[in-house]
Design a protein around this ligand. Structure first.
Ligand code: TYD
Ligand code: MG
Length: 449
């Protein structure tokens, strides 16, 4: 195939060059040149134009494929949408290949699946399939990294579900840069997108998250694909979280939970139980927070350790949430409650390797840190909810009913919540609800201060 003409374009100012340069002579930005096609004469092809009225579009046929993995289907918004392009990102070794192979298990009973691997040999995949108990009469395997060959295989196998494992290994002949570079990864994804739409093939693309988290990793593809799923978890924990961060066909931030076993990934149906597994130790620093991930309530444990610092500037470390939030909460505790952290290291961890971005978690974090500093435990009857403002006020947070109902179901009897946030009390009858306006008020209940 003839190579398309390419050029290098500065991603910062748009300056172009025929060869790659490290520093843009126009804007002085470093490392900003990316190879792109030289498409000055771009004419829209005039073909068959499929103009339709809104009323003519038929919704009666099923547009989604159900795998028998409920957690996967839920995260996708109720099954795999035909013709959609789904990016599955995650650290190497987290279980992406395993998850996708398992997803094809039931689908392949009555549909063709093409699994393209640029990382493993057919034998390796067969061994894994055997371990996962997947027979798959209709699963076609291809060990290939060349895009043209992959396209030819798609013509042969006529799959309804296609898996590309991983995008970083596939390269197009039309671009000179190496597989895994930004331009390769983009070009290959664009071609796959077109094929997916034209032929209605549900396409999964695996993308490894690179060390820096950005370059040629899933981040550069997020805006192209329909759906972005991230598979996360701690390497040395067996639990894995599948999360939708973008979904054109469903709500985002939905999570699915899995456990890695010797027979592959098992679905976790009662996740709160898992995250609270070891939380019955009644030590200072431990607090339970009922989070809502997507539409699903999930009880998690926050642990803090505040200890005398041996460093000139004491350490602050937060695992599972934003570092700036940690620093802000410590500042509010100092200023508004007169707590002193200037000689204390503060470590805060969300147990189980889950990432939480909700502001509703602030009060639970603040309580956890204070509990460790004061060396006073918070009894295991409490759940704590609320956003903390810079003035030490507690702000209203959404979905309080859902959080409290899950807490009640898991046996918690006391809840600290923002004032005026609970509308319907009948659902949580039997729980003692304490409504608070400020951190000061909250700590009165928790620590009798
Ligand atoms: P893998 O799916 O290869 O990860 P990725 O594609 O994200 O790089 O999974 C890697 C890990 O999963 C590997 O360390 C072995 C483990 N594993 C199990 O524990 N049980 C199993 O049944 C399988 C297939 C893998
Ligand atoms: Mg893999």
């Amino acid at each position: 195939m003839a190579k398309k003409k390419t050029m290098f374009v500065c991603q910062n100012c748009g300056n172009t060059s025929v060869k790659w340069i490290g520093k843009c002579p126009e804007c002085n930005e470093w490392d900003s040149f990316v190879e792109e096609f030289d498409e000055k004469v771009k004419q829209a092809p005039v073909g068959k134009i499929n103009l339709m009225k809104l009323t003519e579009i038929d919704l009666s046929y099923e547009n989604r494929i159900k795998s028998d993995i409920v957690e996967m289907d839920n995260v996708l918004g109720g099954g795999i949408v035909k013709g959609s392009l789904i990016l599955v990102g995650g650290d190497p070794g987290i279980g992406k290949s395993t998850l996708l192979l398992q997803t094809t298990k039931k689908i392949s009973a009555d549909m063709n699946v093409l699994y393209v691997s640029g990382e493993e040999s057919m034998r390796q995949i067969k061994l894994r399939a055997k371990r996962l108990d997947i027979e798959g009469e209709n699963i076609f395997l291809l060990s290939e990294t060349n895009l043209s060959n992959i396209l030819a295989a798609i013509d042969m196998a006529k799959p309804e579900v296609l898996i590309i494992d991983s995008i970083q290994t596939v390269s197009s002949d039309e671009i000179t840069s190496a597989a895994g570079s930004v331009s390769q990864v983009r070009e290959v994804t664009n071609v796959l997108m077109r094929i997916a739409k034209e032929r209605g093939i549900a396409t999964f693309i695996v993308g490894h998250v690179t060390k820096s988290g950005a370059i040629a990793g899933p981040k550069v593809l997020e805006h192209i694909v329909d759906t972005v799923l991230y598979f996360e978890g701690e390497k040395n924990s067996l639990y894995r979280i599948l999360r939708s961060v973008k979904n054109r066909f469903g709500s985002t931030n939905e999570v699915g939970l899995f456990e890695m076993t010797s027979k592959g990934l098992m679905e976790v149906s009662n996740p709160s139980e898992i995250f609270l597994q070891n939380s019955n130790m009644n030590e200072p620093g431990s607090v339970i927070f009922p989070s809502v991930e997507g539409t699903r309530p999930l009880l998690i444990e926050i642990q803090s350790l505040v200890s005398n610092s041996g460093f000139a500037s004491p350490r602050r470390m937060g695992v599972g949430f934003d570092y700036n939030k940690l620093v802000m909460i410590i500042a509010v505790l100092e200023k508004k409650l007169g707590m002193v952290f200037s000689n204390e290291d503060v470590y805060v961890n969300i147990v189980g390797g889950i990432q939480i971005g909700e502001p509703a978690m602030d009060l639970a974090i603040a309580s956890s840190i204070a509990s460790s500093l004061l060396n006073k435990n918070i009894s295991k009857e409490w759940v704590i909810i609320g956003e903390v403002g810079l003035l030490g006020e507690i702000r209203v947070t959404p979905q309080i009913e859902k959080r409290l109902m899950e807490s009640k179901r898991m046996g918690f009897v006391k809840a600290l919540i923002p004032k005026n946030s609970l509308e319907d009390r009948s659902a949580v009858k039997g729980m003692d609800i304490y409504e608070v306006n400020s951190l000061r008020e909250a700590f009165k209940y928790l620590f009798n201060r």
